[in-house]
Design a protein around this ligand. Structure first.
Ligand code: UD1
Length: 341
């Protein structure tokens, strides 16, 4: 029985593939490499010393997807496939709705056709929306108004999954709401390497530290809600996040059916300033920065109430902010080294 990972060559998918293989699970990765590279597949094999099947397939391609289900004994699906650039989603909403939502629907229809009903979904804290003074998000809160099409696709897919479960209680579904994943595998072989100029904080810091960009713009240092005026987030190490998927899968394997929602975060917010200072100190590198105005659509601070995942999944994030900074930098250094060889 295998676990299918659509988007398994991507940032979070590849780290989850490693954790599943290390736990002795059989996996199959499908990916269209829209935001990842084929060599990631070899790196996953190199880290784990284990082999697995890979198909270059797009989730919108129903025929090829069916072939994967036809040829394999699939027990569960953990879906990482989807576009994730917030700014791009504002400019090209239809591209996001088509790829993320239609892709998920085709995948779910294919699962239904082949009688596979265990599904773990990569959701996001963005589904809580702007909650004003409520800055600690707990799963009992209703989904809020999302602020961009990317966030809306996450929210809509959650709703679709609720409807699927309502119509057929045999489904066994976990919605995992990620907070701010950063860091890389400690081997330095896999990590996040966005093309072009990054939008998210950690990839931007990495490029500045590596002198590919000359300085970081810190968006806002006048937020009254945070300890030093810069924005604050619940940053979590991607390896901790990957382990959360393994725990969620084990939960679904234990339960016959159900619909479960979990926040995956550390429960502790750190500010942008703390992140920059920690990165500089831990790695002994310079990260020049400048304070600029707030970025439109940013919230001052939000973080996870992570008690439900601890209680029901026995999962807590273990890695520190230093680990996140050290492993991100190690990944960049390894890449530089490989380029030079
Ligand atoms: C964003 C998305 C979220 C998505 C996540 C992916 C929104 C509202 N949220 O989260 O849906 O899941 O990315 O990881 O868009 N910052 C700077 N300078 C920079 C970049 C960021 O100061 O160059 C600050 C931001 O203002 C923010 C913090 O760093 O305070 C984190 O930003 P970012 O990494 O982009 O994540 P979010 O905006 O929290």
């Amino acid at each position: 029985m295998a676990i299918l990972l659509p988007g398994g060559a991507g940032y979070i998918g590849s780290h989850t593939a490693v954790e599943l293989l290390n736990a002795g699970k059989e996996i199959i990765i499908i990916d269209n490499f829209s935001n990842s590279k084929p060599e990631v597949i070899d790196k996953i094999k190199q880290i784990t010393g284990k082999d697995f099947k890979f198909y270059e397939v797009d989730c919108l391609d129903r025929q090829s997807l069916e072939k994967v289900f036809e040829e394999n004994d699939i027990d569960a699906v953990i879906n990482f496939a989807g576009f994730k650039a917030v700014g791009e989603s504002v400019k090209e909403p239809l591209k996001y709705y088509h790829n993320n939502i239609t892709g998920a629907v085709v995948l779910l229809q294919t699962m239904q056709k082949y009688g596979v009903k265990k599904f773990v979904f990569s959701s996001s804290a963005t589904v809580y929306g702007d909650r004003g003074k409520e800055i600690k998000y707990v799963e009992t809160m209703k989904r809020g108004e999302t602020t961009n099409p990317y966030g809306t696709t996450k929210s809509m897919i959650e709703k679709i999954l609720e409807d699927v479960y309502f119509a057929d209680n045999d489904w066994d579904i976990a919605l995992l709401r990620y907070f701010n994943p950063v860091g890389a595998h400690e081997s330095g072989l896999i990590g996040e390497n966005p093309q072009g100029i990054p939008n998210n904080l950690m990839p931007y810091i990495m490029k500045v530290a590596n002198k590919e960009l000359d300085h970081l713009n810190i968006f806002g240092n006048d937020y009254k809600e945070t300890k030093d005026g810069t924005g604050a987030r619940d940053f979590l190490h991607v390896v901790d996040l990957a382990k959360g998927h393994l725990k969620a899968l084990e939960k679904l394997e234990k339960e016959k059916s159900g619909l479960y929602v979990y926040n995956l975060g550390t429960g502790t917010p750190y500010t942008v300033q703390e992140m920059v200072d920690t990165f500089k100190r831990t790695n002994n590198v310079d990260v020049p920065y400048e304070y600029v105005g707030r970025r439109a659509g940013d919230l001052p601070i939000f973080y996870a109430d992570s008690t439900k995942a601890k209680k029901e999944l026995d999962w807590t994030a273990e890695k520190t902010l230093e680990d996140m900074c050290k492993d991100s930098w190690n990944y960049i250094k390894q890449m530089e080294k490989n380029k030079g060889e």
